[in-house]
Design a protein around this ligand. Structure first.
Ligand code: GLN
Length: 488
């Protein structure tokens, strides 16, 4: 094994264009790293090695023919809910075991067009429902910084593979925090784009009004590059917005100052029960931004305290409808019955895990005619108030600084018996999904026990450029992102 798997996209792109390595060498090195490490980490569900090497050969050939796209020959690990033609797409659920995707998601098509290599499928909470990847039915993933701890979720595999140098970069999806939270737990950069920025076509839907696909990366610049590769209008997704895509990566300058920036600090985000180490680390990061010239102002997001309740009504309502398609007829598992109704019931009983069933029942309940007004409709009204809070805050500041999670990664099993405890941890990430704007997480320190802590930078709708700029300046003036886990 060489050291290529430890590099980021920008470093590899330079080596590739200078002729110092080939894409085949990068893929070969990554596969060796996966062989050496993944038995401990459990990030990957499946890898088609021959296919990855073939893609790498094609990328090397394209380079010889003059292609110099910055993503050319760069391998990307894919969360197992994005359709890649010819590869499994299980959503880490028994109900989709054996299912092979017949088409490419739009983000995958865009990655292919840019010459990237689709490396393998990484683990997740079943249908993206969870915060620790412990709801995964087909694999177990641990935190590379400490294998007794969770990697976060639902994109736990996407974060763990990047943190453990088993991938250069990955794609995840964020419905209520599932990119930012595992990025924070595993010490990488994770970005949830504005709703409508990235096409959801080919993403297995959990909650369609909240889901967004985004990158998990080793650096802010890498996240910016992947974001610009996968963004843009798509006629296949009616919620995709037709807005020009900025050159996010190129626009990151090396002027390391935050002068002229107003950064908001929401008092509601320093919640009761927050780990003092997390609070202290975030406050230190805020001071650092101040020392770089930013003006820090107090802002208020008063309806954030309702975000968990609103999120778990809207997300489960949408999930109950979206998951109706898994009926034993069209996809994956089938358990026969004497008639179609019995077949549906038996298939769903055998195929879905208990968290998925809980959410389908909850979602069906809040949509039922007797309770629709009391729960679903009211939740939609409060969702508007949460969105209005952000609109008001962005009149006063350019971006908002906040923690990602109330605690660092917790021990495996710590919250599996109590789903409510697990839901409560989403308090600092779900408001952004409900409002639809963008946010990222980046490493800003460690707990005394050596677990990463993430800083959340929240931006206005379609203002990814501002949060990437702040994150890039923060990253280039600190060295948290250079630290690697010792357990791998
Ligand atoms: N943890 C949240 C949930 O369980 C968010 C999941 C997600 O963003 N996919 O629903």
């Amino acid at each position: 094994m060489s050291f290529l798997h430890t590099l980021n996209i920008a470093e590899l792109a330079k080596k590739l264009s200078d002729g110092e390595c080939t894409s085949v060498e990068i893929v070969t090195d990554l596969l060796a790293s996966i062989d050496a490490t993944d038995q401990k980490i459990g990030a990957y569900l499946t890898i088609d090695r021959e296919d990855a090497l073939n893609q790498a050969r094609a990328a090397d050939q394209a380079r010889l023919e003059g292609n110099s796209s910055p993503m050319l020959g760069i391998p990307v690990a894919i969360k197992d809910l994005l359709n890649v033609k010819g590869q499994p797409c299980t959503c880490s659920s028994k109900i989709l075991e054996g299912y092979v995707a017949p088409y490419d998601a739009t983000v995958i098509k865009k990655l292919r067009e840019a010459g990237a290599i689709l490396l393998g499928r990484v683990n997740m909470d079943e249908f993206a429902m969870g915060s620790s990847t412990e709801n995964a039915a087909l694999g177990k993933t641990v935190n590379p910084w400490n294998p007794d701890h969770v990697p976060g979720g639902s994109s736990g595999g996407s974060a763990a593979c990047v943190a453990a140098d088993e991938a250069i970069v990955s794609l995840g999806s964020d419905t209520g925090g599932s990119i930012r939270q595992p990025a924070a737990f595993c010490g990488c950069v994770g970005l949830k784009p504005t709703y409508g920025r990235v096409s959801r076509y080919g993403l297995t839907a959990f909650a369609s009004s909240l889901d967004q696909i985004g990158p998990l990366a080793k650096t802010v610049k890498d996240a910016a590059l992947v974001l610009e590769t996968i963004s843009g209008h798509d006629s296949q997704d009616s919620s995709s917005i037709d807005q020009p895509v900025p050159s996010y990566a190129e626009n990151l300058s090396d002027d390391f100052s935050l002068k002229g920036m107003k950064l908001g600090l929401p008092k509601e985000y320093f919640v009761d029960g927050m780990d003092p180490e997390v609070e202290q680390t975030i406050r230190t990061a805020v001071e650092h931004c101040k020392s770089l010239g930013a003006e820090i102002i107090d802002v208020s997001l008063p309806h954030s305290k309702y975000a968990i309740a609103v999120y778990y009504i809207i997300a489960t309502a949408e999930a109950s409808a979206n998951l109706a398609r898994f009926d034993g007829i069209r996809y994956g598992l089938r358990v026969d019955g004497k008639d179609p109704i019995e077949l549906y019931g038996k298939t769903r009983a055998a195929g879905f895990g208990s968290e998925v069933k809980r959410r389908i029942i909850l979602g069906t309940y809040v949509l039922s005619s007797g309770y629709y007004d009391a729960y679903y409709k009211r939740a939609q009204k409060v969702r508007t108030l949460i969105r209005n809070d952000f609109t008001e805050a962005f009149k006063q500041c350019d971006a908002i600084l906040a923690p990602v999670t109330p605690t660092p990664a917790y021990k495996l099993g710590a919250k599996t018996d109590d789903p409510l405890k697990m839901y409560l941890d989403d308090i600092l990430t779900t408001p952004v999904n409900l409002a639809g704007n963008c946010a990222l997480s980046l490493p800003c320190g460690f707990s005394k026990s050596g677990l990463p802590i993430g800083l959340q930078i929240i931006g206005d709708s379609f203002d990814e450029e501002t949060i990437l700029k702040i994150a890039h300046v923060y990253e280039q003036t600190t060295d948290w992102h250079t630290q690697r886990p010792i357990h791998t």
